[in-house]
Design a protein around this ligand. Sequence first.
Ligand code: NAD
Length: 358
Amino acid sequence: MGHRVTLIPGDGIGPEVIDAAVRCIEATGVKISWEVVEAGEPALKRHGTPLPAEVLESIRRNGVALKGPITTPVGTGFRSVNVALRQKLDLYACVRPCKLYPGVRTRYTNVDLVVIRETTEDLYAGIEFEEGSEESRRLLEFLRSLGHQVREDSGISLKPISKFCSERIVRFAFEYARRNGRKKVTAVHKANIMKFSDGLFLSVAREVAKEYPDISFEDRIVDNMCMQLVQKPELYDVIVAPNIYGDLLSDLCAGLVGGLGMAPSCNIGQHAAVFEPTHGSAPKYAGLNRVNPTATILSGVMMLRHLGEVEAANLLERAVAKVIAEGRYVTYDLKPTPDDPTAVGTREMADAIIRELK
Ligand code: NAD
């Protein structure tokens, strides 16, 4: 019996990188029956909503999805489908491995870390008050009654951080470290300034850490963490952070290992797991067969491991590593300069990986 997996091609460069990943996954010989559903801009046009109920139903039914990036309009328009998916399916942990493969041109030699990000609360909880609205006027009045002066022409976004979600994500990070033979967990925060939100996250993290004496624990203030990661990323192993710092740090860490084209991810909860590249829909590259499919293919590797297809996952990861190490059939971002005329397209890089598999 094969596996049944929900497939969301997404928009922008999504359909291209998803096509490359699906072909590579199928070339491992693992039998998967894909249930294709639409979300984002294409779904808005066809169904009047960017996140139709059938998308959620399909993921709930199958428990596993592979997803392409989805554009979120900036400032106006519909709210992020990615955030909504995580919240509605309670995919509370986002796991983003950042591993440097030989052949990738960066200034680093040894990076192999994993960013684990909480994804249901913090500043991305979607609790926002528009400048000038009746709601924000009432909120400002309430704040004034508590002695807080906030300018009347303010827009406000709230940052809730709970004990429950902090404990859940930190425990997830320690369990992940144990399962994957990792040695250290670093909690990231800004508890010196935000004492009641980040401070709570940090105190919960310290408590949970006591239950895992076999794994070292430390904490870093987020600004210091950014500098440390740029200067000595080899010192870090598993990083656990509330939503917003995790989001920013995972792009920073993607930069350490060759850029967004190299960074896979998984959003995971109690009942479902959605695998997707860390990068977005990069609209200016859409339809050009230009971008690097590796992040999505490596998300497929993570998915195969999650499905218990460990041998196929290892095979596919080795094939990706070989093609990158050879440096011949790779996209522009993995060449010495972006205008290198020998760069191949998304499809051709996937073809080379499939040849390697065979
Ligand atoms: P982006 O990640 O789409 O692209 C930023 C830049 O990174 C690109 O211009 C390109 O230079 C590089 N890049 C990205 N993917 C690459 C790849 N596979 N190969 C080579 N280079 C690559 O970020 P953005 O431009 O800030 O966002 C575009 C849209 O994507 C926005 O609407 C944003 O909300 C959305 N987004 C979606 C997700 C998701 O679906 N999970 C994640 C992030 C951003």
